[in-house]
Design a protein around this ligand. Structure first.
Ligand code: NAG
Ligand code: NAG
Ligand code: NAG
Ligand code: NAG
Length: 340
C-alpha cells in the first residue's frame, strides 16, 4: 500500500517536472504564438510604406519612435565629397587592434579610387574613455554615442548608424554597409554585388526575380546579405529568450543577419523614416527586418556573405564578406593574400 502510494506520488511529481521543463523550454509558448503567415502586425499601427512614400514626396509628419542620444564625436566632415560605399562598422570600445587592422585593410579609404569611407559606431565605456578620445582625435573616424556600449543597446547603436548616415552622408554615398568588426570584407565585391545583386554568384536562384530594370541606388531598394527565416527562441534558458508579450508570432520576418548587410541609398532613407513609425525592438537584425517588411523591401540573399570562414584562399575571390575574423592577424594575412 505504502509502496504504491509513493509510486503514484512519484509519477505525479515526474509529470509535473516534465510539464515544467517543457514550459521552461518554451513548449507552451510555442503553442500560443500567433501564425506569422496569417497576418503579421507590429506597432505602431498604420501603413508605414504608404506613410514613407508620402514623406519622400514632402509630406509633413510627427515621429512616434525616436532614439535619444547625442554624438560625443560625429565626424561630420566624412562625406564632404561623393563616395560609392560607406562602411558603418559596429565596434566595441576595447577592440582597438581590430579597428587598426580594418583601417589598413578593407576599411582603407584609398580603395576604389578613394570612393570608400569608413566610420566606427561605438558607445561609451568608462574604462576606455581616455584611449577612445585619443583614437578619435588621431583618426577622426569614430561616431560615438553617449550610451553604454552593451549587448542590449545594439539596436540603439545600429540606429545611431542610420541617423548618422542619413544626416551626414545621405547625399554623398550610394551604398551603405553595416558590418561588425570581426569580419573580412571585399569592398570591390560589395560594390559589384550592390550594383547588380541579380547576377552576382551565390544568389538564391529560387527567389522571385524582381522585374526592375533600373537598379540605380536611388531607384532600387537593396537590403542584401545572408538572409535568415527563423523563429523566436522561447526557452527561458536562451540568451535570446523572447516572451510572447514582446513578440507574439511564431516566426520572424525574413531578415539579414546583422553581421553584414548592404543597403542602397533608397533603402537607407526609407528604413530611416520607417523607424520613426516602428516601435523599438532589442535585437537589431530583427528590428531592421521588421522595417523592411513594413516597407515591402525583400531581403536579397547571397551565399557569398559567409557565416563561417571560407575553406581556402580561392573561395575569397567571390567572397563579399565573411564572419569569424576576431583575430586581426588572420584578417591581415588573408587580406594580403587576396591583394598581393
Ligand atoms: C545623451 O544625450 C541626450 C541628448 O542630449 C540626452 O537626452 C540623454 O540623457 C543623454 N544620455 C546619457 C546616458 O547621458
Ligand atoms: C558635430 O561635431 C561638431 C564638432 O564637434 C559640432 O560643432 C557639431 O555641433 C556636431 N553636430 C552634431 C549634430 O552633433
Ligand atoms: C543603454 O545605454 C543607456 C545610456 O547609457 C543606459 O542607461 C542603459 O542601461 C543601456 N541599456 C542597456 C540595456 O544596457
Ligand atoms: C540632400 O539632398 C536633398 C535633395 O537634393 C536636399 O533636400 C537635402 O537638404 C540634402 N541633405 C544634405 C544633408 O545636404
Amino acid at each position: 500500500m505504502a509502496v504504491s502510494f509513493s509510486k503514484r506520488k512519484l509519477k505525479i511529481f515526474l509529470i509535473a517536472l516534465g510539464l515544467l521543463l517543457i514550459h521552461l523550454c518554451g513548449g507552451f509558448l510555442h503553442l500560443f504564438a500567433q501564425d506569422f503567415d496569417e497576418g503579421f502586425d507590429y506597432p505602431y499601427n498604420g501603413n508605414v510604406k504608404f506613410l514613407v512614400d508620402h514623406i519622400l514626396n514632402g509630406a509633413k509628419f510627427t515621429p512616434k519612435n525616436t532614439y535619444n542620444f547625442a554624438y560625443k564625436t560625429n565626424c561630420s566632415h566624412k562625406c564632404n565629397s561623393p563616395v560609392k560605399l560607406l562602411f558603418l562598422v559596429k565596434s566595441a570600445p576595447n577592440n582597438y587592434i581590430r579597428r587598426d587592422i580594418i583601417r589598413q585593410t578593407w576599411g582603407s579609404e584609398k580603395q576604389l579610387d578613394g570612393r570608400v569611407r569608413t566610420v566606427f559606431l561605438i558607445g561609451e565605456r568608462a574604462s576606455d574613455t581616455i584611449k577612445l578620445n585619443e583614437e578619435a582625435d588621431m583618426y577622426n573616424d569614430l561616431v560615438q554615442g553617449n550610451f553604454s556600449d552593451t549587448y542590449f543597446n545594439n539596436t540603439l547603436k545600429t540606429m545611431m548608424g542610420f541617423y548618422w548616415a542619413y544626416k551626414f552622408c545621405l547625399n554623398a554615398s550610394e551604398y551603405f554597409m553595416f558590418v561588425d568588426d570581426d569580419y573580412y570584407v571585399s569592398p570591390k565585391n560589395v560594390l559589384t554585388f550592390a550594383e547588380n545583386p541579380f547576377v552576382y554568384p551565390g544568389r538564391d536562384i529560387t527567389a522571385n526575380i524582381y522585374t526592375f530594370t533600373d537598379l540605380s541606388p536611388d531607384k532600387f531598394e537593396i537590403y542584401g546579405g545572408y538572409v535568415f527565416e527563423s523563429s523566436p527562441f522561447r526557452s527561458y534558458f536562451s540568451k535570446w529568450y523572447v516572451p510572447l508579450d514582446e513578440y507574439s508570432y511564431n516566426k520572424w520576418p525574413p531578415y539579414v543577419t546583422a553581421g553584414a548587410y548592404v543597403l542602397s541609398r533608397l533603402s537607407l532613407k526609407k528604413m530611416y523614416y520607417a523607424s520613426l513609425f516602428t516601435k523599438h525592438f532589442r535585437f537589431d537584425d530583427i528590428y531592421v527586418g521588421i522595417l523592411a517588411y513594413k516597407l515591402e523591401i525583400k531581403p536579397i540573399h547571397n551565399e557569398n556573405f559567409h557565416f563561417h570562414k571560407p575553406y581556402d584562399s580561392f573561395d575569397y575571390k567571390k567572397t563579399i564578406a565573411s564572419h569569424g575574423f576576431d583575430d586581426p592577424k588572420e584578417l591581415l594575412k588573408i587580406w594580403k593574400q587576396q591583394n598581393a
